[in-house]
Design a protein around this ligand. Structure first.
Ligand code: NAG
Ligand code: NAG
Length: 443
């Protein structure tokens, strides 16, 4: 079949324009897609903007809505903070990407549990929830999954809870056992996103890209001063703008990967799983109807409008508040934003202090405490301990989805677990230390 594809590429490239490529060139399978933005609030505009853009890509390449499942909180387009109500853009002066996006699972229906049910094709489990749409793919079909949000070691965020790496990996293995795909491609944008694929097998026809390696931040870009928010994330912008400018019936996943890895200078874009899939064409995972190509100028790393506005995701909240402060004209407005900046800095310090107190209670030793509070990027081997202790921290101390900054101190839990401390010891200490009322908004 590869010969046939190669032949057709040759035919097209010699200019026989009348030759129309059939929707699927090498089998009769369908394409299915699951798109998830895991965050909420206007500050995180960019995640839902990325996912809306991904939907527009699939839609314009001919993938029907009944094969696309979208999960997003849906609090951006009509947020009072959005100066263009009902519209979301994903690059400066870009087109509206919100129009037509299916609202399969929104608000509190955007959960890891529902996501895993969508993947499993669990119609029964999603009866009466959102649109109830699930992956209906079979052994001849291709599946594309795009996930965009905050992350932490072995964690992908959702609006109220989070998805652990091994639950995700197990779901993928289950899909493979149940023959829910011929091939599957996953593009994941989040901080430390490489950690989500560390156990992905390389022999089950699943191919994945992460925006960053297992210890790096992912980066936001395109700060829009009128909207007072970042419009996109670097890796997402790079793969989607590449898709918009390339003929996806010809471009291979490998070519896309090399372009995106080169242009994402802010973090290390990595490939995982079955790399042989990267010889496939992008169109086999985003739809094969080739549309008009977008014209962006040639890539210039020194003057790239996404890169030259990029910012590490954890720095976005403070920077956004700071820019609001700088832009505030009235003294009153400036004071308000300065207070927000000061308060956020203080409350971030509070999170870190509480983690340090817990660690000190667990280790009972100041030099061990310093060691555990150093982010030396341990790989997670003690999954059970990490999950149980992280759940305790989330339940007892800081709700991670309401306080995304708390994700930035989870490395201390990784360290404790990897050094043989137990989740029970952590939980006991957390109960003693976190005796304050529930807190939100530490972002
Ligand atoms: C991730 O990238 C950073 C550079 O930003 C590098 O220092 C680190 O070694 C990389 N980690 C892994 C696990 O590849
Ligand atoms: C970023 O690049 C764009 C064009 O590529 C340019 O118009 C803009 O002025 C640059 N911005 C900065 C801050 O360098």
């Amino acid at each position: 079949m590869r010969v046939l594809v190669a032949l057709m590429v040759v035919v097209v490239s010699v200019g026989v324009q009348a030759l129309v490529m059939p929707a699927s060139t090498d089998d009769s399978g369908d394409l299915w897609a699951v798109l998830v933005a895991g965050s909420k609030t206007y500050m995180n505009y960019r995640h839902q903007a990325d996912v809306c853009h991904a939907y527009q890509i699939l839609h314009s390449h001919g993938v029907p809505d009944d094969h696309i499942i979208v999960m997003m909180f849906d609090d951006i387009a009509n947020s009072p903070e959005n100066p263009t109500p009902g519209k979301i853009i994903n690059r400066p002066d870009g087109p509206d990407v919100y129009q037509g996006v299916p609202k399969d699972y929104t608000g509190t229906d955007v959960t890891p549990e529902n996501f895993l049910k969508v993947l499993a094709g669990d119609t029964e489990g999603l009866k009466g929830v959102g649109s109830g749409k699930v992956l209906g793919s079979g052994p001849n079909d291709r599946v594309f999954i795009n996930l965009v949000d905050h992350g932490a070691p072995g964690i992908f965020g959702f609006p109220t809870t989070f998805l652990y790496e091994n639950d995700f990996t197990n779901a993928i293995l289950g899909m493979s056992r149940n023959k829910q795909f011929k091939e599957m491609t996953i593009y994941l944008e989040a901080c430390e996103s490489g950690s989500m694929f560390k156990n992905l097998p390389d022999d089950i026809n699943v191919y994945a890209l992460s925006a960053a390696n297992s210890t790096q931040s992912s980066y936001a870009c395109y700060f829009d001063s009128a909207r007072r928010t970042f419009l996109g994330d670097v890796f997402s912008i790079k793969w989607m703008e590449d898709t918009d400018r390339e003929d996806v019936t010809k471009e291979s996943l490998l070519k896309q990967y090399s372009i995106v890895a080169k242009e994402t200078t802010t973090s290390q874009v990595l490939q995982f799983g079955q790399l042989s899939i990267d010889t496939q064409r992008v169109g086999q995972f985003v739809g094969d109807d080739q549309t008009t190509l977008d014209t962006f100028g040639p890539f210039n790393p020194l003057n790239d409008p996404c890169l030259n506005s990029s910012m590490a995701s954890p720095d976005v909240p403070l920077a956004t508040l700071q820019m609001n402060h700088n832009n505030a004209v009235a003294d009153l407005g400036a004071d308000f934003w300065q207070t927000q900046v000061d308060m956020l800095q203080e409350s971030r310090g509070f999170v870190k202090d509480k983690m340090r107190e817990i660690v000190a209670a667990v280790t009972g030793d100041s030099s061990l405490t310093n060691q555990m509070m150093t982010n030396n990027h341990h790989q997670i081997h003690k999954n059970k301990c990490y999950q149980a202790a992280t759940n305790s921290f989330h339940d007892i101390c800081f709700d991670l989805s309401e306080n995304t900054y708390a994700m930035r101190v989870l490395y201390a839990i990784v360290n404790l677990c990897e050094h043989g401390y137990t989740a029970d010891e952590f939980t006991t200490a957390a109960r003693a230390v976190c005796d304050f009322d529930p807190i939100t908004g530490i972002i």
